[in-house]
Design a binder for this molecule. Structure first.
Ligand code: GLN
Ligand code: ZN
Length: 754
């Protein structure tokens, strides 16, 4: 057995089997037994993969029908009142997805990943009762297959820290009660085997947490580690360093500490403390967040560096986090360029890497096969370094000699020129870009991709959609129109496919939430633009109306944050290449008569680092690259940007520094609350807050939108406000969208005339 450790394995299935069976079950087409059956098969398969690559520490309870946080909520019986009459799978999925009577629990992003968890909902009255069924069952399932697994579980402090309360009470009022239930669980699992490994995940400590949270570590883990000598506790963090916590944990009787040495380099600073404590170090050195083939030699060097402090006998070689955040296997990428494929490593391939790295590090005997594998690894990495596919001298030169990094004129001058040019009224009405993606339009794109229809037919159909879309917007009297984005499957994929340096996979799905998966593009090489990407559609749209058509592009930071990014260049440099490409598109658009252009930065906030110490650096290059991406815009070309729902308070100065002429934000759910910060800081540029929530098919009435606009006007003057819905119209149906937008225009007219 190698001394290697996998924090967790993805569960959706390499053919998204879990997704498919769940969705069928939700539609009422099959019953839950089938979901259970498929799940069992998946667990079995995933365990077998790990066993066959000699993983010593294989997880149980990393499987979930929907989400591990939700599982933990069920485990401890923290069920919100509105679901308490339900049970079993009905209860579980009601909490995740809601029912007719009860809204679903909130969902939010898991740290800086694209995974989303179900937020525990607590109150003063919350009660906890242990329900260990799932954990015990999964353990036994593994045992039956000849595997003695560790048990994965979110730690109590992270669980509470990620909870919310509905009555403003302090989530940590429950810590003692909750730890009691963890203790009961420990007692229960201690009967399962001679020795049990319990992996408690406490990633909250990779953030800058309050001293109060740190002070909970010692009592919590002293207590848990004292329950049974048979249960060995490993406390794991990932995505960043957790030095403050480690310094405390070394003084508790836990067995092991797991740290991320890929995204938390500072973890090196606490090795001395770990050594003194004589604890086992689970060293996360295989990247669980990215998809590039490891350089095995470098991985071993990293381990050797750790081993200069920590005794080798106390080191386990591990993934940096759960492999949940990478796709399953390269096996299905039959259409991918062979060379690019040889640079990649998904979850199954990472298991292989882990095996070999650990063998080399622990000086185990290498088979001929291993040696061939190591040789291939060296060759592939060498070839990648020198590949012509990656390096584009022209782009590199261009970036080096770039002189214009941002727009020349100040906002005050620009907006004057733009107002003169466009002559739009105060409270100008517009939308965020997309219009309903109908089944027909999806089919058209698919058929074109699969060569079922010709380019001519495809273009005809897209133009038809655009014409209808423009005609509709004109008919209801919107001020600024959009083309509706019918040619785009996804706002990043669309541009990625047209840019050099991007590759797309067939099957590299990563779970985003529940049954939903995303398939991020791979940025493997220098990015450049060969030809205009959006001009054809936007000029066509403009030709159909005398009103202003707002062009629609995706910003460099968002493209970066929603892709797997090459690891041989700093992220900011990759973003800069994308920014340059976008700025050329902006120029082509304005020269073709599209003088109002929205550069979406939907994922700007998502890229924020977990640690405050890194935020300034991110903000600096993110802002610089956004500014570069619109640097070509002339004084009277109006640049819009858009951001999805987020707390803007901490980042308002950064948003201002992006210096877009207009920003639209998703804010309807918060009334005018999110807008207040714009006023507080004296934000100059124009703002378009969403005035209705598009996440429901409900059509908002004219009256309620009038109220919403008035509420906005309490915060910002009409001269500074645009009126639009929230983003995401593409997910709605035409009838709702039509009525809602009609009402929106009516509401604005009422307010304008009052
Ligand atoms: N222009 C995009 C749209 O309207 C923006 C998407 C987003 O905000 N995520 O669909
Ligand atoms: Zn948005």
């Amino acid at each position: 057995m190698s001394k290697n450790y996998v924090i967790g394995f993805p569960r959706i299935g390499e053919k998204r089997e879990l997704k498919k069976v769940l969705e069928q079950y939700w539609l009422g087409e099959i019953d839950f037994l089938e979901v259970e059956f498929v799940s069992k098969e998946l667990k079995k398969r995933h365990w077998a993969y790990q066993k066959s690559t000699k993983v010593q520490y294989i997880s149980s309870n990393d499987f979930s029908y929907y989400d591990n946080m939700l599982d933990t909520t069920i485990l401890f019986g923290a069920i919100p009142k509105r679901f308490q009459h339900l049970k079993d799978e009905e209860l579980y999925f009601a909490m995740a997805r809601g029912t007719k009577e009860a809204v679903a629990m909130q969902m939010t992003k898991w740290f800086n990943t694209n995974y989303h968890y179900i937020v525990p909902e607590l109150s003063k009255q919350s009660n906890f009762t242990l329900n260990s069924k799932k954990i015990i069952q999964e353990y036994k399932e593994a045992k039956e297959l000849g595997i003695t697994p560790k048990i994965n579980l979110i730690g109590p402090i992270t669980y509470l820290a990620l909870s919310k309360t509905v009555d403003n009470s302090d989530v940590f009022m429950h810590i003692n009660r909750l730890v009691e239930e963890y203790a009961k669980l420990l007692e229960e699992i201690s009967t399962l085997d001679e020795e049990i490994i319990l992996q408690l995940e406490e990633p909250i400590f990779v953030k800058d947490v309050e001293p109060k949270l740190l002070s909970l570590l010692k009592p919590t883990y002293e207590k848990l580690a004292s329950i049974s000598s048979k249960v060995k506790i490993a406390v794991i963090t990932y995505f960043e360093h957790s030095n403050e916590a480690t310094k405390i944990l070394v003084n508790t009787p836990i067995w092991a500490i797991g740290l991320d040495f890929i995204y938390g380099e500072k973890n090196f600073e606490v090795l001395e403390e770990i050594k003194t404590s004589n604890k086992v170090l689970i060293a996360g050195i295989i990247d669980g967040r990215n998809i590039w083939k490891s350089n095995l030699r470098k991985k071993v060097e990293l381990l050797e560096k750790i081993a200069t402090t920590i005794d080798k006998n106390n080191i386990l070689v591990s993934t940096s986090c759960s492999l949940l955040h990478v796709p399953f296997s390269l096996e299905y990428e039959t259409a991918l360029d062979k060379e690019i494929k040889s640079w990649l490593s998904f979850a199954r391939e990472k298991l292989e890497e882990l095996k070999i790295v650990s063998k080399i590090f622990f000086k185990e005997e290498l088979s001929l096969e291993d040696k061939a594998y190591i040789k291939r690894n060296e060759e592939d990495n060498e070839k990648r370094k020198n590949s012509l596919k990656i390096h584009n001298k022209t782009v590199q030169e261009e970036l080096k000699t770039l002189t214009k990094l941002q727009r020349e004129e100040k906002f005050e001058k620009r907006i004057k020129a733009q107002r003169e040019f466009f002559k739009y009224e105060n409270l100008a009405t517009t939308t965020i870009g997309s219009f309903p993606q109908t089944a027909e339009i999806r089919q058209v794109r698919r058929d074109f991709k699969n060569n079922i229809i010709s380019k001519e037919v495809y273009e005809e159909k897209i133009k038809e959609y655009i014409s209808d879309c423009i005609a509709f917007q004109e008919s209801i009297g919107l001020d600024v129109l959009v083309h509706g984005e019918p040619e785009r499957n996804d706002m990043v994929e669309y541009f990625g496919e047209l840019l050099e340096g991007f590759a797309f996979t067939k099957n590299a799905w990563v779970q985003s939430y529940g049954s939903r998966c995303v398939k991020p593009p791979l940025i493997f090489g220098d990015v450049s633009r060969q030809k205009p990407m959006s001009v054809q559609w936007l000029t066509f749209a403009q030709s159909k109306t005398s009103k202003v058509v707002k062009g629609m592009l995706t910003g460099p930071v968002t493209i970066l944050n929603w892709s797997f990014v090459r690891d041989d260049k700093p992220r900011n440099e990759v973003a800069k290449q994308i920014a340059l490409a976008i700025s050329k598109e902006v120029d082509d658009l304005q020269n073709a008569g599209i003088k109002m252009i929205q550069v979406d930065e939907a994922a700007f906030k998502e890229g924020y680092p977990l640690r405050k110490e890194n935020i300034k650096i991110y903000e600096k290059w993110a802002v610089e690259n956004f500014r570069l991406s619109v640097s070509s815009a002339k004084i009277d070309t109006q640049i819009h940007t858009h951001m999805c729902y987020s707390e803007f308070n901490d980042i308002i100065k950064t948003i201002e520094a992006m210096d877009a002429d207009v920003i639209s934000i998703e804010t309807a759910r918060s009334g005018n609350r999110l807008l207040k910060i714009f006023k507080e800081v004296g934000y100059k540029q124009e703002v378009g807050p969403g005035i209705y929530d598009i996440h429901s098919p409900r059509v908002p009435s004219v009256e309620e939108m009038v109220e919403q606009i008035k509420a906005l006007l309490e915060v910002l003057p009409k001269e500074q406000l645009w009126i639009n819905p929230d983003c995401g119209l593409k997910t709605r149906k035409w009838p709702e969208v039509k009525l809602s937008l009609e009402n929106l225009v009516k509401a604005v007219n009422i307010v304008r005339n009052s």
